[in-house]
Design a protein around this ligand. Structure first.
Ligand code: NDP
Ligand SMILES: N[C@@H](CC=O)C(=O)O
Ligand code: NA
Length: 429
């Protein structure tokens, strides 16, 4: 007997998944067991780039998750509702679930995995983070024998594509965003990509797998790329850096009490392995003991790569169903019980880049230095290269400093007569 799929959503990822399942030559033979029974969409009569019998498509998604014939529900519709309710209903009906929906997993993980464990089914989500890169199973299985120190990733293809093109072409953010949407990388509402929320969902998921406990999404600090300008990209370049949107989970003390989980644009040294990850590509650098450093690289979005991740989960479930064991496989189910304590961003110790527009008065750099000194901010470099109209432009890079102290020094600097504005403040890896 074949394994019957009900797929919810036939957009970019749904199409990539169906295309892979319709072209089985040269792939794992177990995929031949898969039968696409029903597909739920918003507009069943819309023309689609895949050939399917029309009767498979339906606008009644609730009927699919309640269909007793279906073994696996593959949720590829996105958004919070009705996706969450459909996933929960599928689990209550004893169906395994595959989803690409990081927004649902990062917000409702506790509810979903508790229900899945109680129902004896698995919820798989390889496609939810870093598209085609097999990082979820790797963290859950291969790397879980390590004690992790940090996970640092470029996990949003849309913003990496935008930053790369801004850097190489000197384009504006809006011009390249339209291309990322056309290529199917961006979320239905690209705000989630641009404002760092998509990467926030993803690092919450990676951190929970890497550090063995649940993450409360509200504790994840998220800052996107809206404020990044050509000027900062150019200054970063002159100082030997590129700007990347990094998602970071780092254990500051070794005892999990100081886990820092955050997303923000970051100056990355041009010699760092993450600096050369360009376009829609993603990469995740994991450091742990005893493995040391290991980096995963690949396409983070798009139909084919994400379809590959979805089908790898389907393959695992087909193998599980065919093995027919009543025992839960602890490497596939969720083991989390508690929530991690996440340190507030004010406690972060990092280097900073800041750009100041100042009146061209003598002694401004000295006044900046004195104020920084008062708050234990020590400077690695100070550059005054240009003018923006009447204003002198000063760029500083600090040594490691506690974020709270640095912000206090900036508050005082803001009040100085010679300071016009501080157009950008970025962290440095
Ligand atoms: N795009 C990418 O590269 C990646 C996406 N993801 C995730 O995969 C999921 C799907 O993304 P993507 O394929 O890009 O999304 P799309 O917007 O391209 O497709 C969404 C699909 O779901 C259907 N759908 C959406 N809402 C409803 C609803 N309320 N009722 C019925 N059908 C609905 C749509 O139907 P219709 O076609 O009729 O409009 C469409 O087929 C998301 O969770 C996303 O975050 C993960 C990794 C990469
Ligand atoms: N919008 C996301 C798609 C994959 O998760 C991205 O750009 O990475
Ligand atoms: Na993945």
């Amino acid at each position: 007997m074949g394994v019957k799929l009900g797929i919810l959503g036939l957009g970019t990822v749904g199409t990539g998944t169906v295309q892979l399942l319709q072209d089985l030559q040269g792939r794992h033979p177990l995929l031949q067991e898969v039968e696409i029974c029903r597909i739920g969409v918003r507009s069943p009569n819309k023309s689609r780039p895949v050939n399917l019998p029309q009767e498979i498509l339906s606008g009644d998604l609730s009927a699919i998750v309640n269909d007793p014939q279906i073994d696996i529900i593959v949720e590829l519709m996105g958004g919070l509702e009705p996706a969450r309710t459909l996933i929960m209903t599928a689990i209550e009906n004893g169906k395994h679930v595959v989803t690409a929906n990081k927004a649902v997993i990062s917000r409702f993980g506790e509810e979903i995995f508790t229900a899945a464990n109680a129902s004896g089914v698995y919820v798989m989500f390889e496609a939810a983070v870093a598209g085609g890169i097999p990082v979820i199973k790797t963290l859950k299985q291969s790397l879980s024998v390590n004690k992790l120190h940090s996970i640092i990733g470029i996990v949003n293809g849309t913003t990496n594509y935008i930053l790369t093109r801004m850097q190489t072409e000197g384009s504006e953010l809006e011009e390249v965003l339209a291309d990322a949407q056309r290529l199917g990388y961006a979320e239905a509402d690209p705000t989630a990509d641009i404002d760092g929320l998509d990467a926030g969902d993803k690092i919450a998921i990676l951190a929970s797998l890497g550090f063995g406990e649940r993450i409360n999404l509200q504790d994840v600090y998220c800052e996107g790329i809206r404020q990044i300008t050509k000027t900062d990209i150019a200054y970063a370049g002159k100082l030997g850096f590129v700007i990347k949107l990094l998602a970071i989970a780092k254990n500051q003390t070794g005892d999990k009490s100081q886990l820092s989980v955050r997303v923000h644009p970051t100056l990355v040294s041009q010699t760092h392995p993450l600096a050369s990850i360009n376009g829609v590509y993603n990469a995740i650098l994991v450091e742990g003991e005893p493995i040391g450093q290991v980096m995963f690289f690949g396409p983070g979005a798009g139909a084919g790569p994400t379809g590959s991740a979805v089908c790898s989960d389907i393959l695992n479930l087909v193998a599980t169903i065919k093995t027919n064991t009543a025992q839960a496989n602890p490497l596939l189910s969720c083991r989390h019980k508690e929530y991690c304590h996440i340190a507030p961003i004010s406690q972060l110790v990092t280097r900073f880049y800041a750009r100041f527009l100042t009146k061209d008065h003598p002694g401004v750099i000295g006044k900046l230095g004195t104020c920084f000194g008062k708050y234990q901010v020590s400077l690695e470099s100070v550059v005054q290269t240009g003018f923006q109209g009447e204003m002198a432009e000063i760029v500083v890079v600090t040594h490691d400093v506690k974020e709270g102290d640095f912000r206090q020094s900036l508050e005082e600097i803001h009040t100085m007569e010679a300071i016009d504005s501080i157009p950008s403040i970025l962290r440095v890896l």
